[in-house]
Write a protein that binds this ligand. Sequence first.
Ligand code: OXD
Ligand code: MN
Length: 624
Amino acid sequence: MPQLSESIGVSAPSGVPQSVVDWVASIAELTTPNEIHWCDGSVAERDQLYEEMVDKGTFVRLNQDIRPGSYLARSAPSDVARVESRTFICSERPEDAGPTNNWADPTEMRTTLQGVFAGAMRGRTMYVIPFSMGPLGGPISKLGIEITDSPYVVVNMRMMTRMGTPALERINAGEYWVPAVHSVGYPLIDENGNSRPDVAWPCNEDKYICQFPETREIWSYGSGYGGNALLGKKSYALRIASVLAREQDWLAEHMLILRLTRESDGREFHVTAAFPSACGKTNLAMLRPTIPGWKVETIGDDIAWMRPGPDGRLYAINPESGFFGVAPGTSETTNPTALHALDHDTIFTNVALTDDGDVWWEGLTKQPPDHLIDWQGNDWTPDSGRPAAHPNSRFTVYAGQAESISPDWEAPQGVPVDAILFGGRRSHTVPLVSEAYDWNHGVFVGATVSSRQTAAAEGAVGELRRDPFAMLPFCGYNMADYWAHWLKMGELLGKEAPRIFQVNWFRRDSDGHFLWPGFGDNSRVIEWALRRVAGELPAVDAISGRLPAPGDLNIDGLDLPAEHLAMLFAVEPDEWDEEADLTEEYFALFGDRVPAELNAQLQALRDRIAEARSREGSGDLVDA
Ligand code: OXD
Ligand code: MN
């Protein structure tokens, strides 16, 4: 009897294990593509796909004199962001997905997926993309294979992951890998054999982004955009990896990674930082310090995998090899490093096109051009009354193109983490910076991160949402169990655990103006944190944590009135009372799965509030 794989012509490269061939064959049998292409990751393969996409209208080739090697894609207006409402954790038991995830019964979801994937690739090429998250062969790295019918996904995955033959060779050698299946859900031939023409951005109104934590599989249907489709990123490197990390005593986190070198003594520090989506994370990852004496290098801009090393310290790698950054707001003033990285070999999605074949987005220049083609392909002028680029428009670029990239960004063993920052977008309550009292307090701080909703996901922009560890849409299991895992990691790391800080660049005065300049000046805050790590500075105990002692935050050369500085560090018992009540309400969502230690941390917070009040009270008496 012919093997299944032979009967549908999988024709795998030599050396591919039968189990892999059988899996690819099973997906081909379900989705019935016209042909199968095993991606080797070569430049020739990429260029051929670019060519094909230009011919089909998926890509606009940008002016090659201005932006060599660069292209613009315009998505369907209905497919512009991650769709959290259609993202599912399909664990056997709903309580293992937890109240912050959409749970779906795995058996029912499999039936649904078998239905929507049946014939989904008719008339298309099915691409098999072997990839490595993290440097090939590194001790923290992991492999995967994404099957997709989208050439756009292939060329993006080529930048975002180490994709192609070297990854496949490791899979051939028997290393662990995670399967991921993706279809845009727009077959070119119907079940009766009738053809329909392709469109520039095929997708489907019906979308499913599914993670199966027990079997470690990813299935994504209906969207071609970003994290919905580039399955190495949020689906694998966060949702599935968080499950693996919990089991294997490491951390898969939504964090950037920075190296800061102090020029006076050459000491290197490494910082990871979690911020909810589009909170200026890419800008911080490419920080240009405004204070002298520091060199800052980028290691990662979005995701960190961290594992205790042989010396007991926590080591971080960036599992990705590219940046999938938000374009609007990126400019010569906000992030010159990112801007220059985009000079060539960049894929832009949903930005505007200029008359000379270049790109533009809101914030790139103060004065918009007189005429553009907007992200939907229509004529645009400054008085059109709508954005020219979509607010979640993106650039995809190889990380090595950033001039700030660290020479060690691909160090397979990672870099030792000294400090972890948690940030959110809060207009009051949370001071510019405070240091957690200890690891467990830091976990409490991470668990209570909140921010205003941005355009990276669908939903009401501007709403305040709790976003614990900036992992709300990315944790592959019950968030309360994830907190418990962090507490356990603190025990494992003991005195080698990184120090934890809470930052808030977004505090405002009563007129709604930002109090802190942000951007390069955030280096001042990080300097304070690192000097704390180095044991060089005292601190002042406060409700939120430890604050800089007066005069210790370097504000030289900043035009920051004393009352603004005071407002940045104001920690008001009334506001924190409300914060504590909101935290209690939030924890109640998770019932008795909340680790006892976090409830104890909440009580400790309430105690600090009461203590501050009693001090205030006695102060009032004295004043009176
Ligand atoms: C991202 C996100 O795209 O967090 O990185 O939404
Ligand atoms: Mn992100």
